[in-house]
Design a protein around this ligand. Structure first.
Ligand SMILES: *Cc1c(COP(=O)(O)O)cnc(C)c1O
Length: 391
């Protein structure tokens, strides 16, 4: 028997990916399953981006590139930060990786010593605590509820800080809640972080998916002082429906970014050359596909939130961004043998043929995460089936 490293003893497989796989397997068996577990847009990657990749293959852009990304992509990213966020970065302050998740992995490997604490507002994206732990750090979860719109207050943030705290993660709009921080809310959090000398890690992957005229703010854009203590993580997966292409990027202090590139040089080397050229086109090319996608997401969100709130025992706030509904379903516990979010998700998969992710995966056992990155027909049918099943 091979003995697996003790480092892995606490690592759990991504629950969201596991649910998606289970729903796919049931479908393959011929079961009629509606998957609301997905963490990716259901739209096709826009044609101009695909063409750029095909062109890259034809012109022989198929070899190793610079570890941290091709010059053209770094320039496109720098221009994106200037245009969208009013931020100025040098090429040495940017590193491109194999997806946003990889950027986060490199970051924590570069940043954390054993025992270093990272403040993570909960409900959180499943990979944050997992990667912090794997990197020797200690995740410190600050749980939030609907009362504060699932946002961490500066008071709650302050209380969580200890002499071992090194960084804080901001994910706005949030996966799984869709909550998004206003400029004023970010200012208040940044002040606490600056006072305590903490690095602000901002995961802006859902930046482009905001609704109802909500104005996105990147915390690093608040001031030069905040920028110096921030690292911005972003990528093309969500905004351009490019999850399979695996391109994410980070921008921040050059010593930190350089350390991230160093880890990458001894693990994956450069991100896929072809995908990098596709990402250049994504960032520099026409942006109208984003508005079309958002318009459709709003329609589905409204239908889903309305449908959920019509179910007795379910309360669902209206999220400002991303593509998830995160309803409080604790009012359903006690029915049909359901006692928690895991048993409710299992019950819905078995009796309604609807795959959702239990809130416990995100640190909130009173909720479920339902993705509306699926057709309107699926949203409507899924709500109908859930309504029937929980009666
Ligand atoms: C999807 C997602 C990412 C990045 O995904 P990649 O496919 O690795 O680019 C990062 N953070 C959050 C919160 C996400 O939901």
């Amino acid at each position: 028997m091979v003995k697996i490293s003790s480092r892995l003893s606490t690592l759990e497989e991504s629950v969201t990916l596991a649910i998606t796989a289970k729903a796919k397997a049931l479908k393959a068996e011929g079961r009629d399953i509606i998957g609301l577990g997905a963490g990716e847009p259901d739209f096709d990657t826009p044609d101009n981006i695909k063409e750029a990749a095909i062109e890259a293959i034809r012109t022989g852009q198929t070899k190793y590139t610079a570890v941290g990304g091709i010059v053209e992509l770094k320039e496109a990213i720098i221009e994106k930060f200037r245009r969208d966020n009013g931020l100025r970065f040098d090429p040495a302050e940017v590193v491109v990786s194999c997806g946003g998740k990889h950027s986060i992995y490199n970051l924590f490997q570069a940043l954390l010593d054993p025992g270093d604490e990272v403040v993570i507002p909960g409900p959180y994206w499943v990979s944050y605590p997992a990667i912090v732990t794997l990197s020797g750090g200690v995740p410190v979860v600050v749980s939030t509820t609907e009362v504060t719109g699932f946002k961490m207050t500066p008071e709650a943030f302050s209380i969580a800080i200890t002499p071992n705290t090194k960084a804080v993660i901001i994910n706005s709009p949030s996966n799984p809640t869709g909550a998004a921080y206003t400029r004023a809310e970010l200012s208040a959090l940044a002040e606490v972080a600056l006072t305590n000398g903490l690095l602000m890690i901002t995961d802006d992957i859902y930046e482009k998916l905001v609704y109802d005229d909500f104005e996105f703010t990147c915390i690093a854009s608040l001031s030069d002082e905040v920028k110096r203590s921030s690292i911005v993580l972003n990528g093309v997966s969500k905004a351009y429906s490019m999850t399979g292409w695996r391109i994410g990027y980070a921008a921040g202090p050059s010593e930190l970014v350089g350390a991230m590139a160093k880890i990458q040089s001894q693990s994956t080397s450069n991100p896929t050359s072809i995908s990098q050229w596709a990402a250049v086109e994504a960032l520099n090319g026409p942006q109208d596909s984003i508005a079309r996608m958002c318009k459709e997401f709003v329609r589905r969100r409204n239908a889903m939130v309305e449908g959920l709130n019509a179910i007795d025992g379910v309360k669902c706030p209206k999220p400002h961004g991303a593509f998830y509904a995160f309803p409080d379903v604790s009012g359903l516990y006690g029915r049909h043998g359901v006692t928690d979010s895991v048993s409710l998700a299992a019950y819905l998969l078995d009796s309604a043929g609807v795959a959702v992710v239990p809130g416990s995966a995100f640190g909130d056992d009173t909720a479920l995460r339902l993705s509306y990155a699926t057709s309107m027909d699926n949203v409507v049918e899924a709500i109908k089936r859930i309504t029937e099943a929980v009666k």
